[in-house]
Design a protein around this ligand. Structure first.
Ligand SMILES: NC(=O)CC[C@H](N)C(=O)O
Length: 196
């Protein structure tokens, strides 16, 4: 079977690293910026960056509503860090006017693990990923305060939820695209294949 086409939302953030990780994980990866491009992809990664800026740019590029709708219709999506925030149905501490795409019934807290200079790496066991823990890179990372009944917690760190899946939506507080270990991207590619 041919590789699934997986877009990386390229409004802002670490797009290039995800494109590389997806290519290693047997996907055809491409940047996505415009609503028309949503018709050409089987799945979408929302990268890390700054969720407040991403929210503004999504509105500016006319992506907010079309993407929200595609996610609601079942487009497989994977959000890392700021991308996790964009997939949350609710932010505990949003900037004024900050919007998300939603898709996962969870409440997130931005910058919960501290500021930039408190960034760290940690071994994270993820349900559904074999062969040991993943090296999680946490950069001004959010955590998930609580999840609704339909969301499944896949990982915790220090007693806080850091990876969640709900149906076709996957989200991690950390950045697996920065480590050279592409098992999380493989998990996502498999999710995309399963619904294609
Ligand atoms: N590395 C990141 O993506 C940081 C996320 C950032 N703190 C935000 O609120 O969007």
């Amino acid at each position: 079977m041919s590789n699934p086409v997986i877009g990386v939302l390229a409004l802002q953030g670490d797009v290039r690293e995800h494109l590389v990780a997806l290519a290693v994980a047997d996907a055809t990866a491409r940047p996505v910026r415009r609503p028309e491009e949503l018709a050409e992809i089987d799945g979408l990664v929302i990268p890390g960056g700054e969720s407040t800026t991403m929210s503004k740019l999504a509105a500016l590029f006319g992506m907010q509503e079309p993407l929200r709708e595609r996610i609601r219709d079942g487009l497989p999506v994977y959000g890392t860090c700021a991308g996790l925030i964009m997939l949350a149905d609710k932010i505990l501490d949003p900037r004024s006017g900050q919007e998300t795409f939603g898709g996962i019934d969870m409440i997130v807290r931005r910058n919960a693990f501290g500021r930039q200079n408190e960034s760290f790496e940690a071994q994270v066991e993820i349900a559904g990923i074999e062969d040991g823990p993943v090296e999680g890179v946490f950069i001004r990372a959010p955590w998930v305060e609580s999840v609704g009944a339909r969301a499944e917690v896949l990982a915790e760190h220090g007693g806080h939820i850091v990876a969640v899946r709900q149906d076709n939506a996957l989200a991690t507080s950390f950045h697996p695209e920065l480590t050279g270990d592409h098992r999380v991207h493989r998990l996502f590619t498999e999710m995309v294949r399963a619904v294609r």
